[in-house]
Design a protein around this ligand. Structure first.
Ligand code: ZN
Length: 110
């Protein structure tokens, strides 16, 4: 798969709030694997793209024990790219929040 022009900019930012919710698939920016549905977006009030669910088994969970606390690292199940971390969050329907690095995903409009 050839990278689309939008993926060639380093340190680009996603205008997260402006992107319409409910349509589109967020893909791994490295391999194009579908990871998240735009309908699962969550406005976390942080600068990080956030979701409250992932697509099928496409996101891999990896427990990290760093700085004396446990964190769950999120990886692309296909290529292993680091995506972000999973946090407990009482504000979401699933009680967890997927906190994602903007550079690790690209939006595919459907
Ligand atoms: Zn990937």
């Amino acid at each position: 798969m050839h990278p689309r022009p939008s993926t060639m900019f380093k340190n680009r930012t996603i205008d997260w709030a402006a992107q319409s919710s409910g349509e589109g698939i967020y893909q791994c920016s490295h391999c194009g694997h579908a990871l998240f549905s735009a309908s699962h977006k969550f406005d976390s009030k942080t600068s990080f793209p956030s979701f409250w669910a992932h697509l099928e088994e496409h996101v891999q969970f990896h427990s990290l024990h760093t700085y004396g606390r446990e964190r769950i690292q999120l990886l692309c199940q296909n290529c292993g790219q680091h995506l972000g971390h999973l946090f407990p969050d009482a504000r979401t329907p699933s009680q967890v929040r997927y906190c994602i690095n903007a550079d690790s995903i690209t939006l595919l409009l459907i």
